[in-house]
Design a binder for this molecule. Structure first.
Ligand code: R5P
Length: 277
């Protein structure tokens, strides 16, 4: 078996390879002057494990080219961050269900698919060969024993935050919107008071940072930090977060960023081992 590191996940692929004690395949990626992409993978047959997060459309094309280059192999696709998962239904007539298209593409090539915390149950439901890894416990472990309160930005994310908080051994709550009158909405933690406390807002994804910034604004805490699984960090999000007073941002390495302080390598390696045992 060889691990094939895609363009978006070189560090995580190496960490997974080290956990499994197997080698990385030699892979070459380039872009032609007209923008088209090129892939070559040398010295591989039998079992191949591709590690490639989908953080952009180029990542998706590189993944497709990797599948083709590895056509003689049994391929496991490790997609640590499954992009396109937020378009998991038709919000307006005529829209593509993007994650369904992506799922169909990936599963037409891969024998099995491993991913970390897909955005929603709906998104996961389009896959037939998916093994989903939960990184919320790792976020909890990172904060274990610390005097914090974990806050979910909404009720929808509360279950995820509960898993992190139980591992950390801390209290948790979610932000609830209460309508005061036709023009005013009040947002506050549902049951806990966070006054004077160190708060960590936990979410699956930080994309533009808007959700965390809005949450941080209304919390009357001594400090506000943010933790997430997938640090998409689009549109200068880190800048926005720090300017809004968020004192620290941490994430896993499903997307490789400066804030990726927690690695999902061991979790993924264990899942790969389980799949092949
Ligand atoms: C929403 O359903 C997700 O759980 C995240 O809260 C959202 O994707 C974060 O996006 P942004 O950082 O752009 O507010």
């Amino acid at each position: 078996m060889r691990i094939v590191a895609g363009t978006s996940s070189p560090l995580l692929a190496k960490r997974i390879a080290d956990e499994l004690g197997i080698k990385l395949a030699k892979a070459t990626f380039k872009r032609f002057p007209d923008g088209e992409l090129y892939v070559r993978v040398e010295d591989i047959d039998g079992e191949a494990v591709i590690v490639q997060s989908i953080t952009s459309s180029d990542d998706l094309v590189y993944l497709m080219l990797l599948f083709d280059a590895l056509e003689s192999c049994n391929v496991t696709a490790v997609i640590p961050y499954m992009g396109y998962a937020r378009q998991d239904k038709r919000f307006f007539d005529g829209e593509a269900i993007s994650i369904r298209a992506v799922a169909r593409l990936i599963e037409s090539y891969a024998e099995r698919v491993i991913s970390v915390n897909l955005h929603s149950r709906e998104a996961a439901s389009y896959f037939k060969k998916l093994e989903e890894v939960d990184a919320m416990g790792l976020i909890g472990e990172h904060y274990k024993g610390q005097d914090i309160v974990m806050i979910s930005p909404d009720l929808g994310s509360l279950e995820r935050v509960r898993r992190a908080a139980e591992e950390a051994g801390c209290e948790y709550d979610y932000l609830e919107k209460r309508r005061i009158d036709a023009e005013h909405v009040e947002v506050s933690p549902k049951s806990l008071s966070v006054e004077g406390k160190r708060v960590v807002i936990v979410d699956d994804i930080i994309s533009t940072g808007g959700t965390i910034v809005e949450a941080a604004k209304i919390l009357n805490a001594s400090s506000v930090e943010a933790a997430c699984v997938h640090a998409v960090l689009a549109s200068n999000a880190l800048n926005k977060l720090y300017s809004a007073g968020v004192s620290r941002v941490i994430a896993t390495d499903t997307i490789e960023r400066a804030v990726s302080r927690i690695s999902v390598a061991k979790l993924i390696a264990e899942t790969v081992k389980r799949e092949f045992s």
